[in-house]
Design a protein. Sequence first.
Length: 192
Amino acid sequence: MNPKINILSEETLSDQKYNLRKFTFEYQEEKQEKQVQTREVFHRGNGTAILLYNKSTKTVLLTRQFRLPTYLNGNPTGMLIEACAGTLDEESPKDCIIRETREETGYHIQDAEKVFEVYVSPGAVTELMYLYVAEYSPEMKLSQGGGLEEENENIENVELLFSKALEMVKNGEIRDAKTILLLQYAQLQKLI
């Protein structure tokens, strides 16, 4: 089934760091009448995330940072545990996640394995996330990490036993979708 789409109008509602646009479009499925629909679409760019894991210690390395949207939606502290992640600029997704890993965690990985691509919230956001996994070890730690000061990042490393991270998903302490997907991937693939 490939519906026919005809964009009738596009209006910019916000054009700050990212942009929010309102689209009015005709939508028609085969053997159905045309419908005119309106949707707001948030263009924030594509992103990348990685699950760092250590087979010998049976640990994963995650991050903790303040996320205003979660605070506004019921997270009392606004703090969120999540996989290291970043927004793509001009570089490839793999180069981006290697750089983000160094900036956020202080670990320098040489390579990362892409496991899949996911749309984060396809009903309203255009973002496509490229998800990776990579092994880490203590000798890869080159700096403190914590993110970039000029981006007002204040990121804390959280090293957890893999079994503890899975338990935290189950009890709601880890609520970030990309992180849950990566932890479940690691569990299914028996990476640890």
